[in-house]
Design a protein around this ligand. Structure first.
Ligand code: SF4
Length: 339
């Protein structure tokens, strides 16, 4: 059972304190009917893609380290249990995406599914919003990248195979640990690492390009990079990346609190390691530094990653969508009429 637990929202002038034990946090789903843009564009120099689609706001997987938590604060919610339990479903996402892809200004750059929520949270089993968007992408031969922790993606093998046939498609599973205890502590409601590796193997067997994101690397807790890469290779992955833990704004106190509750004997060592890789701080917001650590400890992690990628043959092929081979096509007016 989880109780409502949110850091103070910096955008609000008030915060809530409970007399006695806070109430249990319950799942609430809100349907967003707004018809504004569904494609988000970022110009961050250290993010490898420019465009993303998120069919949901908030994420039931509840990773304590999730750097997207503060996005919930802009909505007036909290970055703690509110982010995990107050979920917004953008129910018009597939229709909005179709509308945007029809605009002459859209040139067919890669769209990545994920950023502020996992595209395959459990609600997707009913809403099928990610699936609907992928169907639209297949119709437009739109290049796509997917980043997920969920085995639910297997449900969409048929659409994924069609998309991979007509356009670029890559699917990355983020798996920062093999250890179940670590995963349950910091990714409490995400499928366990074994389930992610099995889903990866199923997609690879279906001919889909898969990769592993060892992301985030949590210094002191992510201790099995060679094993993660080995298992990913066995599951058919050929691409891999690592990112350093990011703890912007309210995420740092929330992460620390949950870490002390759930891994009390390891918490101090992990927090010290994070500071060691962040020049004494818990976070860096500087472009170019946010995704990487600094100092000897981080350099050793990067070296280890590089050596084992080389040994196992990761990242030999071109990793991302090749813009010079853009497959994007608008369907004919006649075909559009039927849709
Ligand atoms: S699965 Fe991704 S989006 Fe969801 S809580 Fe975890 S890190 Fe955040």
């Amino acid at each position: 059972m989880r109780y409502i637990e949110n850091p103070p929202n910096p955008w609000l002038t008030h915060s809530v304190e409970w007399l006695g034990e806070p109430p249990e946090s319950k799942l609430e789903v809100f349907e967003e009917t707004a018809t504004r843009s569904i494609i988000s564009t970022n110009n961050s120099p250290d993010v490898s893609f420019d465009h993303s689609v998120n069919c949901y706001r908030g994420c039931i997987h509840g990773c304590t380290y999730c750097f997207s938590r503060p996005t919930h604060e802009y909505l007036g919610y909290g970055a703690g249990t509110d982010f995990d339990r107050k979920i917004i479903a953008k129910i018009h996402a597939p229709a909005l995406l179709r509308k945007e892809l029809m605009k002459p200004s859209w040139k067919g750059d890669e769209i990545v599914f994920s950023f502020t929520s996992d595209p395959y949270i459990p609600l997707e089993a009913n809403y099928k919003l990610t699936r609907g968007c992928l169907e639209v992408c297949a119709e437009f031969q739109q290049p796509v990248g997917i980043i997920t922790k969920s085995a639910l993606i297997r449900r969409d093998l048929d659409v994924l195979k069609e998309l991979a046939r007509v356009a670029h498609l890559s699917v990355f599973f983020t798996i920062p640990f093999t250890d179940r205890e670590a995963a349950r502590a910091v990714e409490p409601f995400a499928p366990l690492p074994d389930a992610r590796f099995h889903a990866m193997a199923d997609l690879a067997a279906a001919g889909i390009k898969v990769g592993i994101g060892i992301a985030p690397v949590i210094p002191g807790l992510t201790t099995d990079i060679p094993e993660l890469l080995k298992r990913a290779k066995q599951a058919g992955a050929n691409q891999a990346f690592i990112n350093m833990l990011r703890l912007p704004g309210s995420v740092a106190p929330y992460f620390e609190q949950r870490l002390r509750e759930l891994l009390p004997t390891k918490a101090d060592r992990i927090l010290n390691r994070i500071r060691e890789a962040r020049e004494g701080k818990m976070n860096s917001s500087v472009f170019g530094e946010r995704m990487k650590g600094k100092g000897q400890y981080w350099e050793a992690i990067e070296r280890l990653f590089r050596i084992h990628c080389e040994r196992l043959g990761f990242n030999k092929a071109r990793p991302r969508h090749d813009a010079s081979r853009n497959t994007f096509r608008r369907p004919s007016a006649q075909a559009s009429l039927f849709n």
